[in-house]
Ligand binder design. Structure first.
Ligand code: UTP
Length: 297
């Protein structure tokens, strides 16, 4: 039996350049899918997986993120007085308990691995999760919960994995598969952003990880890798030859790359269509829009 995973690191210190100029003043993680910011989806997924401590690696200009998790007593009181119970419940979901949340600064965007290493002092000698909020994963059971359940049997390190088109593999960390067991694969190598045509497979790493404390030690002495950044993939790759090993987990669910404009728009439409209060109006609008575009062609 493995130790329980109760801490998660949320690296949110990136510059979000693909969403400029919006990200000049709005952190990417605060951008909303329908009416909830990306970070709320990540927090809900973490809570479902049993996470109790939430560690945010932030940077300059991310104070809106800290404010978002604060309680809003006046607003709550007004909603209570007006009997707006559903809205009140929704608002209360965004509250974090005192002491359950910590913020640490990454002063320079030196890469995802560096961001995770910044949280080292807050971590204990136990496994922890890493969640990238711009990968939004919709599914019946949250992706991290699926991984935590699988991890109870495997131990070691585990990354969320997904098949991507071969010509897109060079945008991801890619797994070199030792043994394919269905939803679980054991890994014999990992490469971050392989040069086109050199990827060992089309099984890509998506932004959910369960990692051992050894990863933090690896990161502490690690040189920069692909793109001149300190890569988390490289720190995990060091572990493939060790006894505990590294596993990829093919999760059930639909992943949206909300770090890209196209992915964010797709998620907005999909989440809108999944909402009872919006689906009729939105689907009518989309059908009309597509029909009029076709007619104009
Ligand atoms: P991205 O590669 O999406 O980079 O980072 P980014 O800066 O957020 O966005 P673009 O590419 O400029 O548009 C993946 C995740 O790693 C975090 C980001 O915040 C995001 O959650 N990250 C990346 C850091 O926390 N620090 C870094 O130095 C780099």
């Amino acid at each position: 039996m493995q130790r329980k995973v109760t801490k998660a690191i949320f690296p949110v210190a990136g510059m979000g350049t693909r969403f400029l100029p919006a990200t000049k003043s709005v952190p990417k993680e605060i951008m909303t899918l329908v009416d909830r910011p990306l970070i709320q989806y990540a927090i809900d997924e973490a809570r479902e997986a049993g996470i109790k401590e939430f560690i945010f690696v932030t940077s300059r200009g991310k104070s809106a993120l800290e404010d978002y998790f604060d309680h809003a007593p006046q607003l709550e009181q007004t909603l209570r007085e007006k009997g707006k119970t559903k809205l009140l419940e929704e608002l209360e979901r965004s509250n974090m308990e005192s002491g359950s949340i910590a913020y640490i600064r990454q002063h320079k965007a030196l890469g995802l691995g560096h961001a995770v290493a910044c949280a080292s002092r807050l971590m204990a000698d136990e496994p922890f999760a890493v969640i990238l909020p711009d990968d939004v994963i919709a599914g019946e059971v949250g992706c991290l919960k699926q991984m935590v359940d699988a991890y109870a049997d495997t131990g070691g390190c585990m990354v969320a994995a997904m098949e991507v088109p071969h010509d897109k593999a060079s945008s991801y960390g890619v797994l070199d598969v030792k043994e394919d067991m269905g939803s679980l694969v054991s890994v014999k190598g990992m490469v971050e952003k392989p040069a086109p045509g050199t990827a060992p497979s089309n099984l890509a790493v998506i932004g959910r990880y369960i990692l051992t404390p050894q990863i933090l030690k690896n990161l502490a002495s690690q040189q920069s890798g692909a793109g001149g950044e300190i890569q988390l993939t490289d720190a995990i790759a060091t572990e493939v030859a060790k006894d505990a090993g590294v596993y990829g987990y093919r999760f059930q669910g639909q992943r949206y790359d909300c770090g890209s404009k196209a992915g964010f728009l797709q998620a907005t439409v999909a989440f809108g269509l999944a909402r009872d209060d919006l689906q009729d109006e939105l689907s009518n609008y989309l059908e009309e829009l597509i029909a009029s575009r076709r007619a104009a062609q």
